[in-house]
Design a protein around this ligand. Sequence first.
Ligand SMILES: [Zn+2]
Length: 102
Amino acid sequence: MVETCKVCGLPKDLCACETIARETEEITIQVEKKRYGKQVTIIRGITSKREELERITKELKKKLACGGTFKDEEIELQGNHKSKIKDLLVELGYAKDQISVH
Ligand SMILES: [Zn+2]
């Protein structure tokens, strides 16, 4: 049985809902200071599924050689990666104009 999308009714492999959702996401990047003065880079606004978020987190950790985690649709990376993170997200398929760095 072919799995169909609940939103558009098309078979999953023809459905573009997720791609569309992804293109309309507004991603914000913010560097926050944690206890003991440690900085973390927080990425908010990626509404993909858990597996996708896991994949993105893993990929960013690898590219930035840092620790990180995600919870509640927030990716938290250790350290200040403001200058690189936008380019990395673009590499992962996001558009420059959907990403804002604060
Ligand atoms: Zn769909």
